[in-house]
Design a protein. Structure first.
Length: 204
């Protein structure tokens, strides 16, 4: 098996509760220290906060930008708070409540992110050695939710911490998520209050 790590960029001043997607490009508040672990191939979203995190984490690595690792495109919701979104686009919020997956106004849906992420993962099949990819909140939620077989409408509840690597094992073209006990517990805590039976089935 081959190890693949997906990691969220470091914090920025615009991680303030507003929708931060592709249309704003803030720098990091501070650069993280080098990870000090093996990296044979390193990929990053082209956005500054991801590229800066990748370069700081692996100073000697060649960083390959890939648009498929971009954060979800929030479209016209970029920069809005959730309360603003609810006022401006009530039909969108109603669709979410009905377990639907509409795109953000002039933006992407969660399914769109899933499709490009799976395309990216398929492109790694011939690479050997530890692979690292620096990306964003929604992209990593999608990766976790998809590989744990969590229903798509619940993916927004999956917590993704800055700079916390999510490990996958790649074997014969398939990916198997390898969460730590702490990571599993955090996901369970977010899901259990909504559907205890579901959480026990998929995370026990």
């Amino acid at each position: 098996s081959n190890s693949f790590f997906l990691i969220r960029h470091g914090p920025t001043k615009l991680n303030d509760g507003s929708f931060l997607g592709q249309r704003r490009n803030p720098p990091l508040l501070s650069k993280p220290p080098p990870l000090g672990t093996d990296c044979r191939s390193c990929f990053s979203s082209p956005l500054s906060r991801a590229v800066e995190t990748a370069r700081a984490s692996f100073p000697n690595a060649t960083i390959v930008d890939d648009d498929r690792l971009l954060e979800i495109d929030y479209g016209n919701a970029e920069g809005l708070m959730l309360s603003d979104l609810q006022s401006a686009y009530p039909d969108l919020v109603d669709a979410w409540k009905n377990q639907q997956d509409p795109p953000f106004p002039r933006g992407e849906s969660t399914s769109n992110v899933r499709d490009r992420l799976l395309s990216f993962l398929d492109s790694l099949n011939l690479i050997t050695g530890p692979i690292w990819a620096f990306s964003h909140n929604v992209v990593i939620r999608v990766a976790i939710g998809y590989h744990l077989r969590i229903p798509l409408p619940k993916w927004f509840r999956i917590p993704v911490d800055h700079l916390d690597p999510i490990e996958f094992k790649q074997y014969q073209g398939k990916y198997y998520i390898n969460l730590s006990l702490e990571q599993r517990a955090k996901i369970a805590d977010q899901l259990v209050s909504h559907d205890a039976s579901y959480t026990l089935r998929y995370l026990s």
